[in-house]
Design a protein around this ligand. Structure first.
Ligand SMILES: Cc1cc2nc3c(=O)[nH]c(=O)nc-3n(C[C@H](O)[C@H](O)[C@H](O)COP(=O)(O)OP(=O)(O)OC[C@H]3O[C@@H](n4cnc5c(N)ncnc54)[C@H](O)[C@@H]3O)c2cc1C
Length: 412
């Protein structure tokens, strides 16, 4: 692609959910849109997210939604009023993709995978005339002399650079998680060169290492510990865990988020007394461990914890063993690295973002907007990550329309 000036059009950099949504809002309002993506296809992380069941959002009243996020509360409150989980579900269904509400109030696409959603979404962008340029990495940006933005792009395959001017630019460069090939990510350097504050990425929503006894791993590596309540210094969270070769994964652990001892309730629906009574009712002359195994209906993973991570005296004392079923201490050691994490905390600092009437415009580079996981916010798993990215994509798109003096009414 040659260098040139393309006034009255908007450049979106990055083809994740935030970028695709900003492009959709703009194109539906009649703006000419170009998406530039450094990879050779769109929405790679969205596709990865879909590999374990694409959780698109969460069922929570709009006024409570912001509570799940780090970052400025007022901003997130306004964000979800502007584009809520209901709006997002409607958007997906209008693309012809069915959704459903699963357990724990999470919404999923019916196929569980992201590929059909991505295909329908990019077809819609194609229909709207949006041009997508792959193998184009943003290497610099600035404000254009007469307003708007300028981007410098480099082709990954040929190394050729080109400079383009647009009426506005929206950067949707994504967070620091799961980037196995580009480590560390190159884009933060662009901002740091300009003296902008960047909060270093840290892994979030990620598994932890646990010093499992070898025998335990031999027996139950890869097995779930179903329906537990995990208590940490951040509070309690229920869900399923998975025992892995290095440690433990699962929503309750992601929620705990910090190293240290956490407590597992392996039978959250019963009290110590009720469990004890059940075990004592067994007539046969069984050891405490065998009684627990026989009547408490614990899975293999939970039983392995009790068998391999307790002392012989604990295992020989029924009351003590049942107390451990209700409050099993587990030490979370180091967290898994960024390359293994679902999301990242950190990113472009909020100090760099927000101008009167334009909450997602860069303070030092008017005409350049940002959206998505590249900004310093985080949220638990549960569909909250994608929801915030698409809501920010909508918001950035509408702010750009306002910046261009255009009417946003056609973007519904
Ligand atoms: C294993 C896994 C499972 C997940 N599961 C879920 C889930 O079920 N539900 C949920 O809500 N979230 C989930 N997520 C998180 C979710 O995928 C992300 O929050 C979301 O994709 C972020 O969207 P984004 O548009 O901000 O960034 P991204 O999707 O990361 O997109 C950014 C794009 O910008 C491109 N880019 C970066 N730098 C440049 C540059 N210099 N020039 C040009 N292009 C550039 C990237 O190649 C990328 O395509 C999961 C993540 C992972 C890793």
């Amino acid at each position: 692609m040659s260098s040139g000036i393309q006034k009255s059009s908007v450049a979106i950099i990055g083809s994740g959910p935030a970028g695709l949504m900003a492009a959709t809002v703009l194109a539906r309002a009649g703006v000419s849109v170009d998406i530039f993506e450094k990879k050779t296809g769109p929405g790679r992380k969205l596709l990865i997210a879909g590999s374990s069941g694409l959780n698109i959002t969460y069922d929570s009243p709009v006024e409570k939604f912001a509570e799940f996020y780090t970052g400025p509360r007022d901003f997130f409150d306004q964000l979800f009023r502007e584009f809520s989980s209901e709006d997002w579900i409607k958007f997906i269904e209008n693309l012809g993709i069915a959704t459903f509400k699963g357990t724990s109030r999470r919404y999923f696409v019916e196929t569980m995978k992201a590929s059909l959603l991505l295909k329908a979404w990019t077809s819609e962008l194609d229909r709207l005339g949006v041009r997508v340029h792959f193998d184009q990495e943003l290497v610099d940006f600035s404000t254009a002399a007469g307003g708007g933005g300028v981007v410098r792009l480099r082709s990954g395959s040929s190394g050729e650079e080109s400079v383009h001017e647009f009426s506005a630019v929206c950067l949707c460069l994504g967070g620091g998680s799961w980037e196995k090939k580009e480590n560390p990510l190159r884009w933060p350097e662009i901002f740091m060169r300009k003296g902008m504050q960047f909060v270093p990425f840290q892994s979030s929503n990620v598994g932890f290492q646990v010093a499992w006894p070898e025998k335990l791993l031999t027996e139950v590596e890869g097995q779930p510990i179903k329906n537990v309540v995990l208590e940490s210094s951040r509070g309690k969270r229920s869900g399923d865990l998975v025992i892995t070769s290095y440690g433990i994964e699962g929503t309750p652990v992601y929620f705990a988020g910090i190293e240290g001892v956490v407590y597992l309730d392996l039978k959250p629906d019963s009290s110590v007394e009720a469990l004890l009574e059940k075990c004592e009712r067994v007539r046969e002359n069984l050891s405490p461990m065998r009684r627990v195994k026989k009547v408490l209906n614990l899975g293999e993973g939970a039983l392995a914890l009790l068998f391999h991570m307790t002392s012989p005296s604990d295992r020989g004392d029924l009351r003590q063993l049942v107390s451990l079923v209700k409050r099993f201490p587990l030490e979370l050691l180091a967290r898994q690295p960024l390359t293994e994490s679902i999301s990242s905390s950190g990113g472009l600092s909020w100090n760099e973002i927000g101008v009167d009437g334009y909450p997602l415009m860069l303070r030092r580079k008017p005409g350049v907007f940002v959206a998505g996981e590249m900004i310093d916010w985080d949220a638990p798993t549960g569909g909250f990550l994608i929801q915030a990215c698409v809501s920010q994509g909508v918001s950035a798109g509408r702010q750009i329309l306002k910046y261009l003096g255009m009417n946003a009414s056609r973007d519904k």
